[in-house]
Design a protein around this ligand. Sequence first.
Ligand SMILES: [Zn+2]
Length: 283
Amino acid sequence: MRLRILPASAGAGIIFRRVDLDGFEVEAVSRNVARVSYATSLMKKGVLISTTEHLLSALVGMRIDNAIIELDNLELPILDGSARPFVDLIRRAGVRKQRRPRTYMRILRALEVREGNKFIAVYPADTYSVSYAINFPHPFIGRENFTLELSNGQYVSNIAPARTFGFLHEGEAMRQQGLIRGASRENAIVLTRDSLVNPPLRFEDEFVRHKILDLIGDLALIGRQILGKVVADRAGHAMHTTLVSRLLRDHTFWEATTLPEESADEYVYAGLQNPRFSRQPGS
Ligand SMILES: [Zn+2]
């Protein structure tokens, strides 16, 4: 399996390219969302890109707007179950500022979605922030809460290392259904009903931090960065992508805007400077 991230021109957005299918391209946007269960997958004209959220999260977390992701396979590598390997590789490659100002989706009024005890919403704000709450009856999880402000560079140290998690018994069931390939203690936090199979945790509240990682990756399918405050409580990929499609369907909730002072801002990056890097998962 081979993955490369290449620079893309300003305004291109994030594009997946299947090099094993004559370079067929699938844009990382909401209209290409195919299937949402344990992970988020994209499909265009029958061509699938599976498990997109961790890499998309790394790109948005590092404020990268434009990139081409080449892969020779339908599934993105899970690596260690977090976004940190992607972040490390992107940092090593470098990031370049592009001249065209970034276009944001500025939230104009609240949009709230509720399904039973699950909740997700977005509210107007001058920056992009994400708050998540989970409440899971497990001795290592329980009630966790975390808020991330994306513009202050905290994503890399506070969110990117947080790994995905799963239960030993569910993992077995999913493997039997062919849903995940090789989920293991190397690429996830593995839990039993009352304990942790592979300590230590990277953060005491690693679980909710990973939910934020996933949410940022799923919201990337809006196709532009948000100026708004996102709040989620016990949501998941399906609720995340519901929020995205509800927003895109109804333009009264938002406007497209640029920030005039942004060109002077040092944390604003777009595109990848170093033309290429590659990684062989498992190497
Ligand atoms: Zn995840």
